[in-house]
Design a protein around this ligand. Structure first.
Ligand code: SAM
Length: 255
């Protein structure tokens, strides 16, 4: 067992419970949390939670007690919700480290419980934050992320500017990516995959680019409720993967 991280709070921090920087979109989201979820937070946040503060970036190597040489991959799931995919991946890849970020407190409580049941205390952590803000200001992870997962992101119908795959978010993500790191988007929202393709193409320049690759370059995506709901409602699911490449060298999937 690795040493527990000094970054883990002994209880949900005040910033977790009442963050001063709420994303604008949160006003319309669930604000209540049940007693059972609060009990889960009290028990499991000290194990899985990483405190996000604006004056200190989260050091993921310190959080996991191991660095890139000792792990097979560092994976970030944006909008992990109740953690269905995160729990499955963390349990089946103990050699890799997984971080889930979401703002939805009830979802994070379910994710903590799932990770606990999956025995993922050593290789999974959760952050409560607006993912766009976390990527911009919150991570000490320069060139460290091997894979970023965006599974069934909110469509924000009628408000595309709030979609998570947008130029300013990708610009914040790029410096955090390992050369050859992957981004995996899965969506059942019509047009989202093509819009994301356009966004990633717009974020390429002479220094670095996002290349679309086959999805077997990425971790296999576990099925989640959102996929099942989409299929049950007759919607198609689109998986799109990109590889982040610095410089101009063209490589194969396993390179
Ligand atoms: C439709 S759910 C999908 C959850 C999960 N990826 C899955 O497939 O089961 C979208 C999740 O993204 C979260 N989310 C949306 N925008 C976010 C943002 N800017 N920062 C953090 N979480 C966000 C929502 O709170 C919600 O839990």
């Amino acid at each position: 067992m690795r040493d527990p991280s000094p970054l883990l709070a002994s209880r949900p921090s005040r910033r977790y419970l009442n963050p001063s920087h709420k994303p604008a979109w949160y006003a319309a989201r669930q604000k209540t949390i049940t007693r059972a979820q609060k009990r889960v937070e009290r028990r499991l946040w000290p194990i899985f939670g990483l405190a996000f503060a604006f004056d200190r970036r989260i050091d993921l190597d310190a959080a996991f007690g191991r660095s890139a040489v000792d792990r097979s991959a560092l994976v970030l799931e944006i909008g992990c919700g109740s953690g269905e995919a995160l729990c499955s991946l963390a349990a089946s890849h103990p050699d890799a480290d997984f971080v889930g970020v979401d703002w939805f407190r009830g979802g994070l409580a379910a994710a903590m419980q799932g990770l606990d049941e999956a025995g993922a205390a050593a290789n999974a952590r959760l952050v409560r934050a607006d993912a766009a803000t976390l990527l911009r200001d919150g991570l000490e992870a320069r060139r460290a992320l091997d894979e970023v997962l965006v599974f069934f992101p909110d469509p924000w119908r009628g408000s595309e500017g709030r979609r998570i795959v947008r130029p300013e978010v990708v610009q914040s993500l790029s410096p955090l990516m390992q050369d050859g790191g992957r981004l995996h988007l899965a969506t059942d929202v019509e047009g989202y995959a093509d819009e994301a393709r356009a966004v990633l193409a717009s974020c390429c320049d002479a220094e670095a680019r996002w290349e679309e690759v086959a999805c077997d370059c990425c971790l296999p995506r576990p099925s989640t409720k959102y996929e099942r709901d989409g299929i049950a409602a007759g919607r198609g699911v689109n998986d799109v993967c990109w590889r982040f490449v610095r410089g101009s060298v063209v490589r194969g999937c396993g390179d």
